[in-house]
Design a protein around this ligand. Structure first.
Ligand SMILES: Cc1cc2nc3c(=O)[nH]c(=O)nc-3n(C[C@H](O)[C@H](O)[C@H](O)COP(=O)(O)O)c2cc1C
Length: 180
């Protein structure tokens, strides 16, 4: 059974995903640091990706029983990338690992991150601009392109249905209300 959703969010995307999961699964959600779980409490950990890594995950797995991870990044999300990230994070196969697209808001970032991302997004936008010349971009690629180009933007969708279905199948019990 999952007892809580714990999130780590810099600019709001992980918080939004955590709250959406909380609403659909009827499980409370907390910001990381504001929640001290019981030793036997299993949680879903939602955090953002920085330079290919899930921020705070190694600390989270030491302190909590993490049953699933939701990794939020501005890049298009794919199953192969999710599996590679799960393995690189050292998580066993039974831990659910979901990679989803979040937003990007350069103005909400602290200065050092803002500076890093200012040149990084130019590179991302140029790469997608190049791709656009030969093939249409997917909805997620287009969202990444717009975020990179403008320094601000939303993902193609805020969809948690796959995660909800996995949690229900994996931790099915009377505490989870079927809402959809
Ligand atoms: C310094 C920095 C590095 C980032 N690196 C990546 C990355 O490697 N891959 C990715 O998909 N997104 C990357 N992002 C984008 C964030 O993961 C994305 O904006 C996410 O939605 C932020 O979540 P939050 O709004 O909850 O903070 C990076 C953002 C910053 C500020």
């Amino acid at each position: 059974m999952i007892s809580a959703i714990v999130y780590n969010s810099k600019t709001g995307s992980c918080e939004r995903y955590a709250k959406e999961l909380s609403r659909k699964l009827v499980i409370p959600c907390y910001a990381q640091g504001s929640f001290r779980p019981r030793a036997d409490a299993k949680v879903i950990y939602v955090s953002w990706i920085m330079a290919g890594k899930v921020v705070g995950l190694s600390k989270a797995v030491k302190k909590m029983d993490v049953g699933a991870v939701v990794a939020v990044g501005m890049a298009p999300a794919g199953k192969k990338a999710a599996e590679a990230m799960r393995q690189a994070s050292g998580l066993p196969a039974h831990v659910g690992f979901f990679l989803v697209q979040g937003g990007f808001h350069i103005d909400k970032l602290p200065l050092p991150m803002k500076l890093i991302m200012r040149w990084k997004v130019k590179d991302i936008a140029a790469r997608l601009e190049e791709k656009k010349r030969t093939a249409p971009l997917s909805a997620q690629e287009q969202a990444t392109y717009e975020m990179a180009k403008r320094g601000d933007g939303e993902p193609a969708a805020w969809d948690v249905d796959e995660i909800v279905a996995w949690v229900m199948a994996e931790f099915d019990d009377e505490k989870i209300l079927r809402q959809h």
